[in-house]
Design a protein around this ligand. Sequence first.
Ligand code: LMR
Length: 397
Amino acid sequence: MFESLTRVPPDPILGVSAAFQKDPSTDKVDLGVGVYKDEAGKTPVPRAVRRAEQDLIAAQTTKAYLSPVGNPGFNTQVAALTFGVDLAGRKADLSLAQAPGGSGALHLGALFLAAARAGSIAYVSDPTWANHLPLLGAAGLKVERYPYYDAHTNGLAFDRMLGFLDALPADSVVVLHACCHNPTGQDLDVAQWQAVAEVLAKRRLLPFVDMAYQGLGEDLDRDAASIRLIAKAVPEMLVAVSCSKNFGVYRERTGLLAVVSANTEQASIHAGQLGRIARTVWSMPPDHGAAVVDRVLATPELRQEWVTELTHMANRINSLRSLLAEKLTTASGADFGWIKQQRGMFSRLPLRAEQVVTLREQHHIYMAPDGRINIAGISPANCTRVAESIATVMKAG
Ligand code: LMR
């Protein structure tokens, strides 16, 4: 019966990590999967998270079931972090469900959309996170693309993006990256978000915002400005939040889906639907990561410590951006200043897939096949070698 199944090609992102692990080279560099790395190249558990875990283990008296929508404290805390303390004025319209990571939140949101309207088309940015397409497709949505990035200028194709959205039929789903665009690092500014929000409202489009890197671009509030602004402009939207990166709880699978409904009556129906769908796929989300995040956010001292650590992470990434831009410009003679303007963990280098393979095979530098690099994988110690290797491969054509 299973003979019909075919071999699965390596995952474009996780496959890079697998290949990196197998490389015996001592000066290999991993710029693949999007995990934060510190000065020593390690992905630490933030101190505030470790302390919250210790408190939790000491205090927890039961591991009995919660509910299909998870931990209410976590849901409320993360909603406030996302929408702001005033919940963008939409408190009565919000339904929240804890989900297994940002991917679980996206999946739950896609199933919710498919249940509301079978055959919905979700438009994703061109390019987008490699897993958006299979993930949304597996939940029953049709996936198409809207213009986003101009590879000639290494910047935003904003006029084309806006024009495209302005011609979409009503009820089209538009998947947006709240901040730290994956894979390009190229974000919209506030005026551009305002223009997008107006088009979403005017064309009655359904925004589905993915926020996986809050606090790793500018700061917690500025990185969420897009969501807060859109929530004030449109009647309905979905937001999928990941805590993997900003809390360093990657393997704990900690995320939130927020549905903003047109009114309170609709919200109570939608809350029930989220619970129903979650019950059919994972019954209940895993507890630990959410319990830890809830504790960090609800304990002023831990929260302050976490904000300080997160600020350090963002500052480190942004200073590595400056360093890499400078080294690449020097090594190649071309202008890489655009890397400094981008935000979050990623930028996408103008490399062909074969050049990415050459960097891996001849220079032991690993990145996603589309040239996406994890800036946090760079360090002052390896930056010159990385930049010179990239410049060598680019010059060879
Ligand atoms: C990434 O884009 O590298 C991360 O979001 C990890 C993943 O699951 O792909």
